[in-house]
Design a binder for this molecule. Structure first.
Ligand code: AMP
Length: 299
């Protein structure tokens, strides 16, 4: 693999999912899990995170298979982070049923020397104070920092998030979050306002309408791969990030990374939990990227 290494921090979870078609169940999840599975086939992923002593072997097997480096993946006495979510009939809106921090409550990321110099750093969805802690331990000032976030942090820890944004090169967030952060509804205007907060590049994810990337050169839009049936949208954002960052780590352009992110997310939503991502290979991804490229608007 000639791709450059990606350091990622994020949640590692046991999720409880309730879907509109009646399906329910407990699965391995978390932003770091979806990211690692989506990026790990195409670039070496170095994981920073924590699990509890109850984390199943099946979850560890995912990390041993998809991550290139787990030296900063800690196992602590206590319970793994747990999240429960219920989706509404339109599949896009969801309600958080519970969030149990478990070992995340006292988590302090500690980067080993080998992980302080990774050229790509992806701050997955997790408390901004933990994202900051990782940033403060980096030794490579040239690292490209990509950050993902969610409405919870914009609403509850905005000041910490603004500190992270000052050190972020590329911010990924969805349309509602961009509106929440800026008060601006129009996507390109909101993205440009966010760019004045630090990130030179902003990617606004628009669900089934695709994604828009705004940087110094203006705005480009990528469409989506038309899937037959949504099974479970959990992790779509983290999988988008995985596909996007892995493409950059392979030296691809921003436009190509945008297309890769959109195509990668389409695999995620086709299966329950992480099952859909199991179908992600170089060939299947390329085929979907070709379709997404046809549905994109590049100047
Ligand atoms: P996404 O659908 O891309 O937003 O990602 C869903 C994943 O985010 C689930 O697997 C959850 O375990 C994880 N998650 C949900 N809430 C939080 C939170 N507050 N902090 C960190 N991870 C979370």
């Amino acid at each position: 693999m000639s791709a450059k290494p990606i350091l990622t921090v994020g949640s590692i979870a046991i999720d409880w999912l309730e879907l509109p078609d009646g399906r329910k169940g407990e699965v391995i999840g978390g932003s770091a899990t979806y990211f690692t599975m989506s990026a790990g086939r195409f670039a070496p992923v170095h994981v920073v995170g924590v699990v509890g002593s109850d984390f199943p072997q099946q979850g560890m097997d995912i990390y041993h298979e998809y991550a290139a480096n787990t030296v900063d993946l800690q196992t602590k006495d206590g319970d793994t982070f747990r999240w429960g979510g219920r989706y509404h009939a339109d599949w896009e809106r969801r309600t958080t049923l519970y969030t149990e921090l478990g070992v995340f409550e006292s988590f302090s990321p500690e980067l080993s020397t080998e992980n302080r110099a990774c050229p790509f750093v992806c701050l997955g969805n997790i408390q901004p104070v933990l994202q900051l802690s990782v940033l403060n331990q980096l030794e490579n000032r040239e690292s490209l920092v990509i950050c993902d976030t969610m409405n919870l942090w914009i609403e509850t820890t905005r000041d910490d998030l603004l500190q992270v944004l000052l050190k972020t090169d590329i911010l990924l967030l969805n349309e509602n979050e961009a509106h929440l952060l800026t008060g601006v509804r129009e996507i390109v205007d909101a993205a440009n306002q966010i760019r004045s907060m630090g990130p030179g590049t902003v990617v606004v994810k628009q669900g089934s309408s695709g994604a828009t990337l705004v940087d110094d050169s203006g705005a480009v839009h990528a469409g989506v791969y038309p899937i037959e049936k949504i099974v479970d949208p959990t992790g779509a954002g983290d999988s988008f990030a995985g596909g996007f960052v892995a493409a950059l780590a392979n030296g691809r352009s921003m436009k190509s990374a945008l297309v890769a992110g959109s195509a990668t997310a389409s695999f995620c939503v086709e299966g329950f939990g992480t099952e859909g991502i199991l179908r992600l290979t170089e060939e299947t991804l390329q085929a979907r990227m070709d379709v997404v490229t046809d549905k994109s608007e590049f100047a």
